[in-house]
Design a protein. Structure first.
Lengths: 550, 550
């Protein structure tokens, strides 16, 4: 028998609306129209203007045929158009596909085709890569060029224009009163972000409005980000939509400080000039900040919150960051969970422990965000939780509203990832008695270099194609600056006379620069009796090489 | 044609979970088990213990037959069991029905019957009212007595026990490892709160898990409530589930400081002893704080955030509160929108304006919470927005995820309230050019006294039953302490010799004390030519009487 609470109490327009982060911007523009939403170079954009420009852009995109379920790609640095794209593209019902600007033309071409891109907003600074990519694509997206005025102001060279329309002209031709579209359903896609994954082809991770809304708010609650926070963009927005911070900032009516490049002088100037309160980035950003020339460093007028992910912050860096005035919080996530969904939620009692112990506590990945309903380390076969002993290895798994919709046009990979009703991260870890998790190894063979994922398999495939290589295995080598770099183990054909320089040149030709191995070990590769490469032995060897090189 | 984003990207257990505030507590207990969740009298309850007790209570309730869709009522003051009920009752799938402890037995009996209450947790301090109510109910809920140890410690009298089970025994008999129930659907009811409404019978406003989760987070974001905030309970939890703060505090792993009664000495002691950071209450709570004897006041060691609703805070009170160290934020809402859904979001630029102007800006009800998708003032006939001129009157309407499911077992009232896809508040207001709304009048004839709603119609009905009264109209009279009190205009039968004392006695017999008119005006009541009472004239007259009395 149905309960009395299930009778005559249906959803209707008055009591049910799709969750979306788009309404955050409308609210911020209404309530704080004159407040600065975006700072970039000498430019200051108020919330009223930001919202107006987004509506104009959405209207212009709509006029060019972009509608519900279409893909709009963006090859943009951390500049205002990237923030505008995060609102304007979904405002016409379309899906934002932010391209990693460091990728090579081949991967970009693959993504544009796979996502069936209809329109591409591209910064002229990346024209050469895009031009090369478009030579091979099946799709022919409408091209909109963004000529960054900051580059011009600094008299720096930019690439040629590829399209027929200029971004600023496109925006200014749009309707500032455009009646933008709410999603039909909160499950509608808002963006697609490609991951390098384990196998050759990148996978398109699809986010929905519901998850973006919840993680955007989750950032604010988890990190206690108050009204009018000032956020510095050192994390690329093409990474998991900047961990949803483009939307979080509107929720708190805060200010985005954009930086085209992560340079020490620009970071320190921005921290000082704009009274930055929060920033995010890979550990390499912390090194950049700390290793800045003394003359560019400035005393901070308040504590700045720094959120880092990709690798645990080392003790030395933590101490130096604290001394420089930063409070570092360690986050963890994957593209499949909208960026960070796990936080090393700091316990104030730990403050009294010795620095080394604090660092090992901070090295743990931590506990779930609110917006992630379940986080656990499970036996990948039985899906039983591992004992909370800090020792038993299992696979880190996620369940909740900030887990992706799935992989675009890839039923098999989606089903595999969601097997048994959990998202399988592929990361191996342990759970401590206090419930905090720590990663111990990666089953996915991903190398994280400067916050960028590198698929070891992709690099191996390039090496395998070299005519004189008979076997290759690539693993992560610890690196003081980048966290990790690829280290290649290769077996050469008998009588081969190929040099390290030759191998480097070969890789550079076929891979984006950051994926090129920094070290080669030539000789027999350690394998099991059944011929399986023993990657853990190679990792140990790479670690020894790294230490020896120090 | 379906978009590529709608193919093979379905919801499953891994990527979709019902929104609920219950998971907040599980997380707080895991991450901060030793942190103090609740302070009451000499009692301190950690998060681990709070969660354990909630699971025990949920298990005990389940063992007594409480399950999905059942109603569990609570007649409790702001004591730990009331917080526990906010988690434990929905943890067994049931619906929490918190009774306003100030109501009379008749109204309580009506609510217990209407909600089909299966179990009632009742503080022995309210036994006489409950005993009287149960004499007339159709339902026979299982009774659980809570004997407040603070009353005993203070050697204060409590009423007799009505049931066969003691609350603490019930809890301690429960299973601390109980596998509590997530809602089947986020649309499932979590609580029912009765409003006095305009017509005779109270209406049962049904809240769902989705809305409770979103408003609980909305409080934290809207008010920038940080991790580990300390919240003082001066707002009754039976009001709209304490504006969802019982759930907000778990989201930020904060501390609840419970107070049985809103007394100046207890408030000041708690503010000081527990380093309170936030509290909520009707304007009468501010008066209580400010008018405290000098010897109980203490200097605040930090700014305390005070959230007030029900009536705009007067200029004098704002100035005094600021001087005493409080930052006052004005909220607005109704039972139907989970308590506050509108905030006078303060613009820092206004700080430089003269005090009087600041007070008039602060008197405005404001703008929507994020969790409320739309707020507007519409023509109630056409549903067209009124001009943003600060003058044109319309009806305040709401649309969004923190609007109730509807009225329990009252299809007609629900349909009426949601006419045209908006929730019709019944409040009349204007919109200023900056988008902030301000209430100007109430179409619902509600009097708000000390934060409690009084239906003028209910009081009129009582008066009409008096044998010597031929006509009666009740309106709000401004009151320095209570905000408003009921003022009755009555026409007596010819030759009647009834006195004001007789009328007061009559009302006291039939109404809860706070609903009894504080003032009577005997004589002809102003009516229109068609015989309709001209309430606005009566309100003006009552206002004059109030001023004259000052």
């Amino acid at each position: 028998m149905a309960s009395i609470y299930d009778q005559d109490l249906e959803q209707n327009q008055a009591n049910y609306q799709p969750l979306t982060p788009l309404t955050f911007l409308e609210r911020a523009a209404t309530v704080f129209p004159e407040r600065i939403a975006i700072v970039y170079g000498g430019l200051e954009i108020t919330y009223a203007e930001f919202y107006r420009r987004c509506r104009q852009l959405a209207s212009a995109l709509t006029a060019r045929g972009i509608g519900r379920g279409d893909t709009v790609s963006a090859m943009l640095a951390n500049t205002p158009p990237m923030l505008e794209a995060h609102y304007a593209v979904p405002m016409c019902g379309a899906v934002l596909h932010a391209l990693n600007t460091r990728l090579d033309a081949g991967v970009i071409a693959f993504q544009l085709d796979h996502a069936e891109s209809k329109l591409l907003i591209t910064d002229t600074g990346f024209s050469s890569t895009i031009a090369a990519a478009l030579e091979t694509t099946q799709v022919t997206p409408l091209l909109i060029d963004y000529a960054d005025p900051v580059l011009a102001a600094e008299n720096r060279q930019t690439g040629e224009r590829l399209g027929t329309e200029d971004y600023e002209e496109l925006v200014s031709g749009g309707d500032a009163e455009f009646a933008w579209l709410m999603p039909n359903n909160e499950w509608d896609a808002i963006s697609v972000n490609y991951t390098s994954g384990t196998t050759g082809d990148p996978k398109g991770v699809v986010y929905h409005h519901r998850g973006a809304c919840l993680l955007a708010q989750g950032n604010a609650i988890t990190a206690s980000i108050p009204k009018h926070a000032v956020y510095l963009w050192t994390l690329p927005m093409f990474h998991c939509n900047g961990w949803c911070f483009p939307w979080t900032l509107s929720a708190v009516s805060g200010t985005h400080v954009c930086l085209r490049e992560v340079r020490a002088d620009a970071i320190w100037r921005a921290l000082d000039q704009h009274q930055v309160t929060h920033l995010c980035g890979a550990p390499v950003v912390m090194s950049t900040i700390l290793n800045a020339e003394p003359e560019v460093k400035r005393p901070l007028q308040r504590q700045v919150d720094f959120f880092t992910a990709a690798a645990p912050p080392p003790e030395r860096v933590l101490a130096d960051m604290r001394e420089a005035g930063f409070n570092v919080t360690h986050l963890y996530g994957l593209t499949e969970v909208y960026g960070p969904a796990v936080v090393n939620d700091w316990n104030s009692e730990w403050e009294t422990l010795p620095a080394q112990q604090q660092a090992s506590l901070k090295a743990r990945q931590g506990v779930r965000y609110h917006a992630l309903e379940e986080l656990d380390v499970l036996d990948p076969e039985t899906l039983e939780p591992v004992p909370r002993d800090g020792e038993t290895l299992g696979e880190v798994m996620f369940r909740g509203n900030v887990v992706m919709k799935g992989y675009l046009k890839n039923r098999a990979a989606t089903d595999e990832a969601f097997k048994g009703g959990w998202f399988h991260s592929g990361d191996l870890g342990v759970v401590y008695p206090d419930g905090y998790i720590q990663l111990k190894d990666r089953s996915k063979d991903i190398i994280i270099s400067g916050g960028e994922n590198i698929s070891s398999i992709e690099v191996e495939e390039v090496l395998h194609k070299h005519p004189q290589i008979v076997a290759a295995a690539v693993v992560a080598m610890p690196d003081n600056k980048w966290g990790e770099t690829p280290c290649a183990f290769v077996e050469l054909a008998q009588g081969s006379d190929v040099s390290i320089e030759d191998l480097t040149a070969w890789c550079k030709e076929h891979l984006a620069g950051f994926k090129v191995p920094r070290r080669y070990v030539i000789g027999a590769i350690a394998k099991t009796s059944t011929g399986k490469v023993q990657k853990f032995l190679l990792r140990q060897q790479a670690a020894r090489l790294a230490t020896a090189a120090d």
